[in-house]
Structure formats: structure tokens, C-alpha cells
Ligand binder design. Structure first.
Ligand code: SF4
Length: 417
């Protein structure tokens, strides 16, 4: 029974499952993490390296730009090189303006891709629009590939926008310009999906997205789209921005939508710092899904923020070291220790919340705050197990974490399950 105080996540919205190269999007499958390269796709070495890095970081689908003949010709070589590395990651081709031509001229590219992403706002203009859209849909049917119909507010179908604005005006302007724009985005996606289905592409071959850059607009547009269709939905805030702003804006909007049961796959579009790590967006997507309790990817390290009661940096350094160790070891641990992603570790700064939080974790340590005895109680499965002392507390705790993982997840005797 729900009430005004029911903050539980809503059940996932029913959507039609789409198979993207073996990864299921929608139909109640776990929310899929995806990302996109920023290399020139024609540069095979650079693109293979970045797709590999994104996939190893946890991106389950990777999108690449296919903008000209050279990049279309590179796609099958990229796919082949990835397979030789043992990376069977579905590649999504991002097409604008000339997608119909590139797919027709490069059959090996059309075959190597697991999905085609098209934008109804720039698939073609005037009388060519429907024809070129139909050509891409026919290619998708010929190669048995799904498409994402991805509307973007920066390249919105201007004919449709003008028509809806005119209609609104003729009706006495009951809607604001912002509301008409939102409606245009939703209609652009739905009309294109309907057209694709009329052309013969089944619904289980269509994913929709409607990306905008404002948080409130994004929430409104996806809520409208979710209410009016059962297509699988790809969520993403476009032009989210750099650093903390991009992370906060994406997390706020996608978090609210997923709490409402909306969204089958997500991409966090972060602008990397110059020379920054592209895999950051994958990490953020995984962390968002994990902190909301929708999926588990990596053990959680709970650490207090620190305050005037602990002026040393020991606990910050230990929390960081443990987190880095976990991230570095996860590719091996995932295979070696099934279920290890559910592990919870706590690294706390003093006696105030340290023992309590540590007891809630699988393994936790409460470091001594300023003026406290130089002793660090360690809690394992809610029980105080020992107290560490001396200058090697950090190293000893790291060994205890490794030992706990081996015992609990390595097929050895589990500590109280
Ligand atoms: S656990 Fe201690 S050090 Fe950490 S924030 Fe709380 S009072 Fe401050």
C-alpha cells in the first residue's frame, strides 16, 4: 500500500525488451550502462583502445561516431580487433545526415554494428527526410539490427516545432513555448517510432531517447514519453557539462526518473577535462545505479567526511587506498570471488560514529580521532574482531580486507552469512 510517505522506488515501467548484440535493454532487464568514444573512428588504434577501456570499466554498450566513409570503413576493423582482444562489446553506430548512404555503401559496417542510432532532427531535410529515414530503417531490417531513435533538443525537427507552435497559437496559446518544445521532442520520438513500425521494423527493435540539457525539462520529457509509449528508453542528460556540475545534473535527473521506474539504459554524458579519463562517465553511471540500490558493480567503501575531531589525514588516505585497491582488483575479483560486489567496507574517522557505522559494514575500522587512544577497533560482520595499533594500521587493515574477501567469497568458510 502506498502513502504520501512511500519513498520506495516505483516498479520498473513495462517496456518492450530489445536485444542489442546480446545485451538486453528493457523488458525489466537490469538497467544497462553505456558510453561513447570521443576518438576519430577512422583512427582504428585510438578507437579500439578507448572502446576497450570503456568496456573494461563497465560500459556494456559503446557508441562510436560514424560520420564519413573513412570511419564507416574502420568499423569492421575495430570490431575485429576488439574480438581478438576477447572483448565482445556491442558497438552502436552514431549517424547524422548521411547515415542512409554510409550504411548502404559500407555493408561490413552495417553488419559489424549492433545498433544504429539516428536523430530524426537531422536524418534528412525537407522532402528527403522521410525517404532517408526509411532507407536507414530498411537497412536495420536487412541486417536485423535495432535502432535508437534519439531526439536531441539541440537538433530538434524544426518543421514539427513550427507546426506545433502555430497550432498552439491558433488555439489561443494555452501552452508556453517551453511546453510546446517539450511536446515537440516527445512527438518527434513517437512519430518516428510509428513510422519505423509502419515500415516493418518491430517494436522490439526500437529504443527511444529524448535528450535535453535542463534537469527539469529532462524529467518532464521522459515522464511524458514513458506515459505514452512502451518502447525501451535510453536516458541521458545531454551537454551535462564538466566535473561536478555534469555529475550532479545527470545524477539528479536520472536518479529521479529511475526512482519513478523510468529508464532501461543510461549514459552519463560528461565533458572530460582536457586529457581527462573518458571512463569517468562509466564509473559515475555505475555508482549512480549502485547507490540507488538498482545494481551492484563494486564493493562500497563508506567513509565519514571527517571533521574537527580528526585532524590527521590517516583515515582519508586509508579510505582512498582501499577504494583504489578495490577498483584495481575488481576485474580479477569479479571472476575469482563471485558476489564480491556486495561487500561493504567502512573507514571511519573517530569514535563518534566509527564503531556504529563499522558494525553496519561487512568489515569496518574506526580510526582514532584527535586526542583518542592510538587504537583502531576493527569490526567484522557486526562484531568487534580485534584492535589495531601502531604505525602500520593501514597496511594491516588492507590485509584484513583481502583476507575477508578470500574467506567469504573465495569458496572458503564464510564469516557469518
Ligand atoms: S566519525 Fe568522527 S571524525 Fe568522522 S565525521 Fe563523525 S565525528 Fe567527525
Amino acid at each position: 500500500m502506498s502513502s504520501a510517505f512511500d519513498f520506495e522506488p516505483k516498479p520498473r515501467r513495462a517496456s518492450v525488451a530489445v536485444d542489442v548484440g546480446g545485451v538486453i535493454v528493457g523488458g525489466g532487464a537490469p538497467v544497462v550502462v553505456q558510453s561513447m568514444t570521443n576518438t576519430d573512428t577512422a583512427d582504428v588504434d585510438a578507437t579500439v583502445a578507448q572502446v576497450a577501456a570503456l568496456h573494461r570499466a563497465g560500459s556494456e554498450l559503446v557508441r562510436i561516431t560514424v560520420d564519413r566513409d573513412e570511419s564507416a570503413a574502420a568499423v569492421p576493423r575495430i570490431r575485429e580487433r576488439l574480438l581478438r582482444l576477447g572483448l565482445d562489446v556491442p558497438l552502436v553506430g552514431d549517424f547524422h545526415y548521411i547515415g542512409h548512404k554510409l550504411l548502404a555503401d559500407h555493408p561490413a559496417c552495417a553488419e559489424a554494428l549492433a545498433k544504429y542510432r539516428i536523430n530524426p532532427g537531422n536524418v534528412g531535410f525537407k522532402d528527403k527526410k522521410d525517404k532517408q529515414f526509411a532507407e536507414i530503417i530498411e537497412m536495420a531490417m536487412r541486417y536485423d539490427k535495432p535502432v535508437r531513435i534519439g531526439v536531441n533538443w539541440g537538433s530538434l525537427d524544426q518543421d514539427l516545432l513550427t507546426r506545433l507552435m502555430d497550432e498552439n497559437k491558433a488555439n489561443g496559446s494555452p501552452l508556453t513555448a517551453q511546453q510546446v518544445t517539450r511536446e515537440t521532442i516527445v512527438q518527434s520520438a513517437l512519430i518516428s517510432a510509428e513510422l519505423a513500425e509502419e515500415l516493418g521494423l518491430p517494436r522490439n527493435r526500437i529504443i527511444l531517447s529524448a535528450k535535453v540539457s535542463g534537469v527539469q525539462d529532462l524529467i518532464a520529457v521522459y515522464a511524458m514519453l514513458a506515459a505514452r509509449s512502451d518502447h525501451a528508453l535510453h536516458l541521458g542528460l545531454t551537454e551535462a557539462g564538466m566535473g561536478t556540475k555534469g555529475i550532479v545534473a545527470s545524477s539528479a535527473s536520472l536518479g529521479i526518473l529511475m526512482q519513478q521506474g523510468i529508464g532501461d539504459t543510461i549514459r552519463i554524458s560528461l565533458t572530460p577535462e582536457p586529457g581527462g579519463d573518458r571512463t569517468r562517465e562509466v564509473q559515475v553511471a555505475q555508482e549512480l545505479l549502485q547507490v540507488m540500490g538498482f545494481r551492484q558493480f563494486i564493493p562500497v567503501v563508506a567513509a565519514c567526511p571527517g571533521c574537527g575531531r580528526t585532524t590527521s589525514t590517516v583515515f582519508q588516505e586509508l579510505a582512498q587506498k582501499i577504494q583504489e585497491d578495490i577498483r584495481a582488483n575488481m576485474p580479477v575479483w569479479r571472476e575469482k570471488y563471485p558476489g564480491v560486489e556486495a561487500l561493504k567496507v567502512a573507514v571511519m574517522g573517530c569514535i563518534v560514529n566509527g564503531p556504529g557505522e563499522s558494525k553496519h559494514a561487512d568489515i569496518g575500522i574506526s580510526l582514532p580521532g584527535t586526542g583518542e587512544m592510538p587504537a583502531a577497533p576493527v569490526f567484522i560482520d557486526g562484531q568487534k574482531a580485534m584492535t589495531l595499533r601502531g604505525p602500520r594500521i593501514a597496511e594491516e587493515f588492507q590485509l584484513l580486507v583481502s583476507d575477508y574477501i578470500e574467506k567469504r567469497f573465495g569458496g572458503g568458510q564464510a564469516a557469518a552469512e
